[in-house]
Design a protein around this ligand. Structure first.
Ligand code: ADE
Ligand code: ZN
Length: 340
């Protein structure tokens, strides 16, 4: 086996927890602000980077929503997603399920169609040019009310063939999954796959609600599930994937040091954990950076790295025949790397 960073780079992988607006790099924030005549509180890359010091999820969200205000035209959304997909391709990501926050745009008067058309066209083109498979998951902003989420779902139904799932993100504390019970039921009936952020800052009870009230297929983050042994047993029994984001957890103070990150405990408890970047432009790294940082901090072995990358294929939304082919390709790639 090559050294661990080389191994991380060589392994094919899926990214299942990336907010496309969180891949907006400072340089692009400034160039889109110029292109669209948007005034921002920051006038340089350095000033933006200085603003990226967060004490909590809310601190980050306050900057994130202002940052995304530079996205106006369909071309902006296309350029954003294309830049991310090129970056992900360089990390050997072969399959992406990309979150986007329509209410962060429609609330500023940007039509839902503008957002989806730009993002979707980028996904189609990336498949052609890079061979990367990418799909869209729209998130409801949980700090807003359920009526707004219903209106967002109405808009999404027009694009039913371009959006594979719905998720739940934004300020977790005080906004439990059950607040969105009815809109998730409608989304399920319309055939969307279901996801929710839970247990990032919120208590284990929010993870239970994501599972039992919303009926999600995966839990985004899920760190605080470890506080509840019965919940851990449930997640392990049902092989519910957790999309873990180490650098995000560090930068949002969910953990005080990556050496204390719960990833190893999650693996020991047989949870279906995957490694992802969340908001790479804000948290200092794309998916391979997240692997490298947590592998170093927790001293994970080569077989553990391989298991984490393999989990991403088991956790991805893909037809079973396609998953079997992807896993066979993954295993062949590991064998090839191992015999070097
Ligand atoms: N939106 C973007 N990133 C998020 C995160 N880490 N948690 C909740 N909402 C988000
Ligand atoms: Zn997230």
């Amino acid at each position: 086996m090559p050294d661990r960073d080389l191994l991380i780079g060589r392994l094919p992988k899926c990214e299942l927890h990336i907010h496309i607006e969180g891949s907006l790099e400072p340089e692009m924030v400034l160039s889109l602000a110029r292109r669209n005549g948007i005034r921002l509180p920051w006038d340089s890359v350095e000033a933006l980077r200085r603003a990226y010091r967060f004490g909590s999820l809310q601190d980050f969200l306050d900057v994130y929503y202002v940052g995304m205000s530079v996205l106006v035209t369909e071309q902006d959304f296309y350029d954003l997603a294309t830049a991310y997909l090129q970056r992900a391709h360089a990390d050997n990501v072969v399959h992406v399920e990309m979150f986007f926050d329509p209410q962060g745009h429609t609330s500023r008067g940007i039509p839902f169609d503008t957002v989806v058309n730009g993002l979707f066209r980028a996904c189609v083109d990336a498949r052609e040019t890079l061979g990367i498979q990418a799909s869209l998951i729209m998130c409801f902003l949980r700090h807003l009310d359920e009526a707004g989420a219903h209106r967002t779902l109405d808009a999404a139904l027009v694009h039913r063939d371009r959006i594979v799932g719905v998720g739940l993100d934004s300020s977790e504390k005080g906004n439990p999954p059950e607040k969105f019970r009815n809109v998730f039921r409608r989304a399920r009936d319309a055939g969307f796959a279901l996801f929710a952020h839970a247990g990032e800052e919120g208590p284990p009870n929010y993870v239970w609600q994501a599972l039992d009230v919303l009926g999600v297929a995966r839990v985004d983050h899920g760190n605080r599930a470890l506080e509840d042994a019965a919940l851990v047993a449930r997640l392990a029994r049902d092989r519910v994937p957790l999309t873990v984001c180490p650098l995000s957890n560090l930068r949002l103070r969910v953990v005080d040091d990556l050496k204390h990150h719960p990833l190893r405990h999650m693996m020991e408890k047989d949870l279906a954990v995957t490694v992802n970047s969340d908001d790479p432009a804000y948290f200092g790294g794309y998916v391979n950076d997240n692997f490298s940082a947590v592998v170093r901090a927790l001293d994970l072995s080569a077989p553990e790295i391989v298991a984490l990358a393999r989990n991403s294929f088991s956790a991805a939304m893909m037809p079973e025949a396609e998953r079997a082919r992807a896993l066979a390709r993954f295993d062949a790639a590991v064998k090839g790397i191992g015999s070097e």
